[in-house]
Design a protein around this ligand. Structure first.
Ligand SMILES: O=C(O)CCC(=O)C(=O)O
Ligand SMILES: [Mn+2]
Length: 203
């Protein structure tokens, strides 16, 4: 497993390891998760309208890690034997005890995720999100919410290859939105695991 490196230009809030998992391990994990995870189509609420998410997903976690995502509420599926060691290794690398993961399956280049921040209340003020990518390489884009001194909105484009690990921390969710755009290129399926730490709900 390779160490995470700070990304230049992102003020120490984003870390990345291009080849975090060795290829044979990444291959085996991709195949296991494809069949192991009960993939479903989540519904998203966008501007008050319910739409099908353009990807398949599954919310997995500790029983108390109930979660709201884009207006929908999810009770987590339990951790599987395949996922427990992955969760533990990612937690160690990011130095956070993750208690849940949103698994996403992008079947081809038409599947995507639009602009958003992972800033749900359950994640607390400065959440750490660790994102493990498997399968086809896809482009991940971070865009600043506020303009810089030249009036430009800073953009950072990252290719997320098979076995890579991206960690967003600190003010990343406050300062940036991120997206996984569609692509017209012929690309195969991709699985992405975004590990999160859900805080107990405040009453
Ligand atoms: O698929 C990805 O790399 C990003 C997914 C994402 O941002 C999310 O599910 O919140
Ligand atoms: Mn996200």
């Amino acid at each position: 497993m390779k160490a995470l490196r700070d990304m230049t230009g992102l003020e120490g809030t984003v870390q990345f390891a291009q080849r975090w998992l060795p290829i044979p391990e990444a291959d085996a994990l991709f195949e296991a998760l494809r069949v192991d995870i009960p993939w479903t189509r989540h519904r998203l609420r966008i501007f008050g309208r319910e739409v099908d998410a353009p990807r398949l997903s599954c919310w997995i976690g500790d029983p108390e890690a109930a979660y709201r995502y884009s207006g929908a509420r999810f009770a987590p599926e339990p951790w599987s034997e395949v996922l427990v060691p992955v969760r533990d290794a990612v937690s160690e690398a990011a130095e956070v005890a993750f208690n849940s993961v949103l698994a996403n399956l992008y079947r081809d280049g038409r599947d995507a995720m639009g602009w958003h921040s992972d800033d749900e209340r359950e994640l607390g003020p400065r959440p750490v999100i660790a994102s493990l990518s498997l399968g086809a390489t896809r482009r991940f884009v971070l865009k600043a919410r506020a303009p810089d001194m030249d009036g430009r909105f800073a953009r950072h484009v990252l290719e997320l290859p098979h076995g890579s690990l991206l960690v967003m921390r600190g003010d990343t969710q406050v300062r940036y939105r991120h997206a996984l755009p569609r692509t017209a290129k012929p690309v195969g399926p991709r699985i992405n695991l975004t590990f999160r730490r859900i805080l107990p709900l405040q009453v």
